[in-house]
Write a new protein. Structure first.
Lengths: 466, 327
């Protein structure tokens, strides 16, 4: 090789190395890697056995050939069950044990005040496997927040800030990597719905909305905003309006049929709504012997009672979007979606439900108004602490039993301390949950009050047009 | 399509594809499959368990067990008002039908008339009856030892029971009534049934451990001190979560209630393996199987009668099972 050729090669290798270094040190990569590192540490260490052993039970029913609903156990609509089916198959191929072991020395945790602790543990490898799709969804949502902010502003640093807010939000990290609850899947499809609608692909938006709602019901609250947005955006074009709404409905119905095909074939559709009907039933009746259940019954009853008021506000917000002459219809749509979801949780909700609100809130922090950061942090930290205090230190039992790095006796004694009566015959953990839940609720209400005041001032959602 | 929408569409496509793969895994037959075989030569039990996915397997050998191919479940929506026609019973029996089918046992439902026909037919003297509603129809059981159901058990019938204090309630279309002295009528002693809300923190007895029983709720468990009783679950205060008691030539096997799916799996395991008061564990082997067959030989304790071998997958969340009988 000539000297010139060698020099040229050295230059091209150097340029390639610079490119790789540029990619590795790019803030986008750094945020992604750090977010992944946090999750990789948490995934094997923290696990809420009550939920994760339940996911193992669902996989067990699938492995037995009974699908999702032939044998009782899975009470949600099918989407998460299908993801569990995929996890079960991958575990089978990789040789990961999906079984559950009930430890005699942990049975004491089932006698605590909070009735949602179990002595049933799954293996660490399974815990990591079942959380993997959730963590992947976290990252896809993070990327979509980045995409949305960049699409709206063209500003990469704002996009990065929005993505980082989501990826490092404590409740997001905790729910997917720790507790193992699947709300992040619903969040992903909700955000896809919003993005696809806002960019005019109504067919796919309808399809994504179906998956979102059939994972968890809460995205249904943006339905009014979606309809108002399509009508407002195509005001004056009646044929186009009807065609686009028709496309969205077609996407929704088509995807719903795809999801429900085997459930319909097995005649188990009613079983797929048991989570909802069970909650409704609990709101209307009580009478079980569990100590904590009367409080849950009271809260559930309250949730159903306030729904007409909440839906009234959600419909009003959608109407304001439809009625607005503000030229930034897209910005208005994103804001009304966010407030519709915030209104949906204007009651003391379970911490995981709030995930669906956070991507749009992160977007508004990054794009519209830094003042949204305060409610974002209050919700993010309040919900994370509320979630952790509910699950208590049972989160460490699986890791303790599998590795021995933390003594099981130590973990049990901390759980016992949390379960000890503090006042009014109620345990310490409940006071901590209420305190953290109050922070979470205050964040929601701060957001709603902020929205109300902006509305009183004449609406400012066009601020992000800049 | 605007070029910038490529990434969201790609994300949607890929995630829906994963969902559809999971849907296929959840519903397509053969995705999760297994097989088991066993043979006896002298005191040596040779077995083979094959599965196309990774899970736990167990092979347990019992003396004194009689695994049924068919069992009958009492369910009558017109009997006893809310208590018996409670929709949960229908759902739970459907669960048990599938669970038992996965273990090689066919569960057939009988209403009050069907039950009377079953227990009145001498051909069904050795039949297996499952009752989980917590109530018996008055025609079959009126609280006296002469009740047709108790006479059927005395002649060799096997009753598997959960869902309430056995014998305390009888019912007809007018409603449910409490039977006074039910414990004495059935077991000859008072307080044979535990009616508290206690839980056991103790270990599971060997037969139950071999069947991977897990429930620790004591409610409506039977006394372990009843003559000839086999307690094969957990124990507390002299009562057991799973107890099989001889009544004449037949038996009553009662499993305590509570724990939802745990109690159900315990019941189907006990019924599928045919636990009776005479059941004794001869040997057991637990292990892992994954994407292939596991074959081994288990040396079991010598005994004179029939050996029942029960092979199953899934450990404490057992999924499928198969029984083999060696005279």
């Amino acid at each position: 090789m000539s000297e010139e050729g060698a020099v040229g090669n050295r230059h091209s290798v150097g340029a390639a190395l610079d490119r790789v270094r540029g990619i590795l040190l790019h803030p986008f990569t750094v945020v992604m890697v750090m977010a992944l590192a946090v999750r990789l540490v948490i995934m094997p260490v923290l696990t809420y056995n009550y939920d994760v052993s339940y996911w193992a039970l669902i996989i067990r029913n699938i492995q037995a050939g009974n699908g999702l609903y032939e044998v009782s156990g899975y009470y949600y609509t099918p989407v998460w069950g299908y993801f569990l089916g995929a996890v079960g198959k991958v575990c089978g191929v990789l040789g990961v044990d999906t079984s559950v072991v009930r430890f005699d020395d942990l049975l004491v945790v089932e006698d605590t005040w909070w009735p949602y602790y179990v002595a049933n543990l799954t293996g660490t490898a399974f815990n990591v496997m079942v959380k993997t799709p959730l963590v992947v969804c976290d990252f896809l949502v993070g990327y979509l927040v980045y995409w949305l902010v960049k699409d709206r502003t063209g500003d990469a640093s704002k996009a990065l800030a929005g993505m980082a807010l989501w990826l490092f939000c404590p409740i997001v990290v905790y729910m997917s990597a720790g507790q193992g609850m699947f709300d992040t899947i619903s969040v992903l499809f909700t955000l896809l719905t919003v993005i696809l609608a806002y960019r005019g692909n109504y067919l796919l938006a309808g399809a994504a909305f179906s998956v979102a709602v059939l994972t968890k019901f809460f995205p249904i609250y943006i339905a009014f905003a979606l309809i108002a947005y399509v009508i407002r955006k195509h005001r004056g074009d009646r044929a186009g309006m009807a065609r686009f709404l028709g496309l969205a409905a077609l996407g929704f119905i088509g995807m719903t049929l795809l999801i429900y095909a085997p459930v319909i074939a097995q005649s188990t559709v009613s079983e797929s709504f048991l989570f909802f009907t069970d909650r409704l039933g609990r709101a209307m009746y009580s009478g079980t012997g569990e100590q904590a259940v009367p409080i849950m019954t009271l809260l559930t009853s309250m949730v159903f009672l306030v729904q007409p008021i909440i839906i009234g506000f959600v419909v009003y917000a959608a109407y304001r979007l439809y009625d607005s002459d503000n030229p930034d219809v897209d910005g208005g749509f994103l804001k009304v979606c966010m407030f519709s979801l915030a209104l949906a949780f204007a009651w003391p909700s379970s911490p995981q439900y709030l995930l669906v609100l956070l991507p749009l809130l992160a977007y508004h922090v990054a794009v519209v108004d830094g003042g949204y950061l305060r409610p974002f942090l209050m919700i993010g930290f309040g919900a994370a602490f509320a979630g952790f205090f509910m699950c208590n230190f049972t989160m460490l039992l699986s890791f303790s039993k599998q590795t021995g790095l933390i003594g099981t006796e130590t973990v049990l004694s901390i759980i016992g301390w949390m379960d000890a009566t503090l006042a009014f015959g109620l345990p310490r953990m409940l006071f901590l949950v209420v305190a953290a839940g109050a922070l979470q609720m205050a964040g929601i209400w701060l957001l709603l009050v902020k929205g109300f005041l902006e509305h009183r001032r004449g609406g400012t959602y066009a601020a992000d047009a800049a | 399509m605007p070029r910038t929408l490529r990434d969201p569409v790609l994300i949607l496509t890929l995630t829906v594809a994963v969902m559809v793969v999971g849907q296929a895994a959840s519903y397509c037959p053969g995705v999760f499959d297994w097989e088991a075989s066993a043979g006896m030569e002298g005191d040596e039990l040779s077995y083979s368990v094959w599965s196309n996915y990774a899970t736990r397997y167990s092979v347990a050998a019992f003396a004194g067990s009689e695994a049924p191919k068919t069992a009958y479940a009492f369910y009558d929506g017109k009997c006893g008002g809310d208590r018996v026609s409670w929709p949960g019973i229908d759902s739970e029996l459907r669960n048990m039908t599938h669970e038992l089918e996965n273990r090689g046992c066919d569960l057939k439902r009988v209403d009050t008339a069907g039950l009377m026909g079953l227990i009145g037919d001498p051909a069904n003297e050795k039949a297996v009856l499952l009752a989980i509603a917590g109530v018996l129809p008055r025609e079959a059981y009126d609280g006296t030892p002469e009740s047709p159901l108790l006479k059927w058990v005395g002649l060799g019938g096997r009753l598997y029971w959960s869902g309430g204090p056995i014998g305390k309630y009888s019912a007809d279309s007018d409603g449910t009534s409490v039977v006074q002295g039910y414990s004495e009528a059935i077991f000859g002693v008072a307080d044979a049934v535990y009616e508290g809300n206690g839980k056991s923190h103790g270990p599971v007895a060997d037969v139950g451990e071999a069947l991977s029983l897990t429930s620790n709720n004591m409610k409506y468990g039977l006394s372990e001190d009843l003559p000839g009783a086999l307690s094969f679950g957990r124990s507390a205060d002299g009562y057991g979560t799973a107890v099989s008691v001889p009544i004449g030539l037949g038996s009553i096997t009662a499993l305590s209630m509570g724990g939802g799916g745990l109690a159900r799996v315990d019941m189907v395991q006990a019924l599928a393996a045919g636990v009776t008061p005479d059941t004794a564990l001869l040997g057991v082997s637990h292990g892992n199987v994954g994407k292939g067959a596991v074959s081994d030989v288990l040396t079991i304790s010598a005994h004179g009668g029939t050996t029942t071998v029960y092979a199953y997958l899934g450990g404490q969340l057992s999924t499928r099972g198969k029984c083999f009988s060696f005279p």
